[in-house]
Design a binder for this molecule. Structure first.
Ligand SMILES: *[C@@H]1O[C@H](CO)[C@@H](O)[C@H](O)[C@H]1NC(C)=O
Ligand SMILES: *[C@@H]1O[C@H](CO)[C@@H](O)[C@H](O)[C@H]1NC(C)=O
Ligand SMILES: *[C@@H]1O[C@H](CO)[C@@H](O)[C@H](O)[C@H]1NC(C)=O
Ligand SMILES: *[C@@H]1O[C@H](CO)[C@@H](O)[C@H](O)[C@H]1NC(C)=O
Ligand SMILES: *[C@@H]1O[C@H](CO)[C@@H](O)[C@H](O)[C@H]1NC(C)=O
Ligand SMILES: *[C@@H]1O[C@H](CO)[C@@H](O)[C@H](O)[C@H]1NC(C)=O
Ligand SMILES: *[C@@H]1O[C@H](CO)[C@@H](O)[C@H](O)[C@H]1NC(C)=O
Length: 460
């Protein structure tokens, strides 16, 4: 968003009022120039005035950014050369840019940057090197950038980061390393980032989150680790992140989670764990999270759930444990404490039976999906007292009969799906199943009719 705002601000400046300008450029404002096309290697031939504060170059042809491209531009504050085909930058190219606050080299073809390239930019606040072909970074590359707040290195080919790379970046608020080829993060890499708010590491090849890695990041609010190859997370990995509100761990290789992993993550409003081969959940995993409303555990290898696993997630409105073919049984109290739950998705698992108190206490529940399991029977009291229940999906199971009053006293029920079951029928035509369905719907419809009549009467 900030980048967009920045670009708009620059374009706004460019549009302001005209002044004389190099032929290939537009210079609608006296301090700013915008040029497109042309040759990266011949930027100095554009004849840009040295007293510009903003330069925006894009759509330039393949080439090396030459060392004299910006000589004498000691008042330049924002330099953006993006969506071009820069393949390399000569040493010293930015040596005169001592006032620069923003440098954007996004969407080029840069594979390597010379070590001391940024050493004169002590005022730099934003550095965007994303969408290039960087394979490595010199360990001293950022050592002078003590004012840097945003660093984007995403969508490159980095497979290794030196441990001391970020040591002097104490003011960093955003670090985007997503879309690289990182397998490990060295110990101490993030030791100086006490002000970091957003750390994006998704879409890499990380295999573990080691102990202590995140311990200095007390200000962190957003942490993205989805789409990696993470197999292990150190116990307590997130314990020092009191302000964390968004944590993504979906689409990794996690089979186990350490006990109490999220016990101190009280401010989480988004937590993703889906599409991990989780084989079991620890008995204690979540602490109280007043802001978490949704949790999906789909495509896991879970066989069951611990009793009261979600008890601390008292504000949860939607819970899905789906697409887990090994999930064959659930304990009595599996969903205990979920008094705000409205949607419970348990479809496409291997459930063969359910305990009769499974849904007890879920007074706000509106939808239950149990379709595509292997249920042979339902306990009589399964839906008892669920006065908010509107929809029950039981199709694609192996049900033979239903207890006669299983849908009794459910004032809001309007949908029951029962197709594709093994209804037991002595007359060989599925008549009993059809009759069951018809009776259920008749009961529902009659109930609705009565309520409508009563309402109409009450209205006079
Ligand atoms: C920048 O330099 C040009 C001459 O090269 C001059 O006309 C212009 O006024 C200068 N602009 C500022 C803001 O000093
Ligand atoms: C990422 O690293 C793997 C080896 O770890 C390598 O085979 C692959 O080519 C790399 N991909 C890129 C885009 O560099
Ligand atoms: C956590 O957030 C609060 C409120 O935004 C802020 O005052 C506090 O400094 C933050 N904690 C840390 C360790 O940054
Ligand atoms: C995080 O939660 C704590 C209480 O556990 C609270 O004091 C703090 O203000 C919260 N931070 C944010 C940013 O909401
Ligand atoms: C719920 O959170 C408390 C701490 O707030 C913890 O002691 C307890 O073990 C947690 N219970 C479960 C079932 O996770
Ligand atoms: C799992 O759930 C998430 C969140 O609802 C969803 O984005 C994802 O597509 C689901 N995965 C599968 C395989 O259905
Ligand atoms: C239904 O609610 C009544 C009254 O609150 C209670 O006595 C009964 O045990 C509940 N039944 C079930 C199956 O939860």
């Amino acid at each position: 968003m900030l980048r967009g705002t920045l670009l708009c601000a620059v374009l706004g400046l460019l549009r302001a009022q005209p002044f004389p300008c190099p032929p290939a450029c537009k210079c609608v404002f006296r301090d700013a120039a915008q040029c497109s096309g042309g040759d990266v290697a011949r930027i100095s031939a554009l004849g840009l005035p040295t007293n510009l504060t903003h330069i925006l170059l894009f759509g330039m042809g393949r080439g090396v950014l030459q060392s004299h491209s910006f000589s004498g531009m000691t008042v330049l504050q924002r330099l953006m050369i993006s969506d071009s085909h820069i393949s390399a930058v000569a040493p010293g190219t930015f040596n005169d840019l001592i006032k620069l606050k923003t440098l954007r080299l996004s969407r080029n073809k840069i594979t390597h940057l010379p070590g001391a390239l940024l050493d004169k930019m002590v005022l730099l606040e934003q550095l965007f090197l994303d969408h290039n072909a960087l394979r490595g970074i010199d360990q001293n590359m950022f050592q002078k950038l003590v004012n840097l707040q945003e660093l984007a290195l995403n969508q490159n080919q980095l497979d290794f980061l030196p441990a001391s790379l970020f040591t002097n970046l104490e003011n960093l608020k955003l670090l985007d390393l997503s879309g690289n080829n990182l397998t490990h993060l060295p110990k101490g890499l993030l030791g100086a980032q006490a002000k970091l708010e957003r750390l994006l590491l998704h879409s890499n090849r990380l295999v573990s989150l080691d102990s202590g890695l995140l311990n200095s990041l007390g200000a962190l609010t957003e942490l993205q680790f989805h789409r990696n190859h993470i197999r292990s997370i150190a116990p307590g990995a997130f314990d020092r992140l009191p302000n964390l509100s968004s944590l993504t761990l979906s689409r990794n290789h996690l089979a186990f989670l350490p006990s109490a992993l999220f016990l101190h993550s009280h401010n989480l409003t988004l937590l993703t764990l889906f599409e991990n081969p989780l084989a079991e959940l620890p008995g204690v995993l979540f602490g109280e999270m007043g802001g978490l409303q949704e949790l999906w555990l789909n495509r896991t290898q879970l066989r069951t759930l611990p009793a009261a696993a979600f008890r601390n997630l008292s504000r949860l409105r939607s819970l899905g444990v789906t697409l887990s073919p090994r999930l064959s049984a659930l304990p009595q109290g599996a969903f205990q404490g979920l008094g705000e739950l409205q949607v419970l998705a348990l479809h496409s698992n291997g459930l063969t039976a359910l305990p009769d108190g499974l849904l007890r206490g879920l007074g706000k529940l509106r939808q239950v999906s149990l379709r595509r399991n292997r249920l042979r029977a339902l306990p009589r009291a399964l839906f008892r007292n669920l006065s908010s229940l509107e929809s029950v999906q039981l199709d694609h199971n192996q049900l033979e009969t239903l207890p006669g009053d299983v849908f009794g006293a459910l004032p809001r029920l309007t949908e029951v799906l029962l197709g594709h079951n093994s209804w037991r029928c002595d007359c060989g035509l599925g008549v009993q199943a059809m009759i069951t369905v018809i009776i259920v719907f008749a009961m529902i419809k009659i109930g609705q009719l009565f309520r409508k009549l009563i309402r109409e009467r009450a209205l006079g």
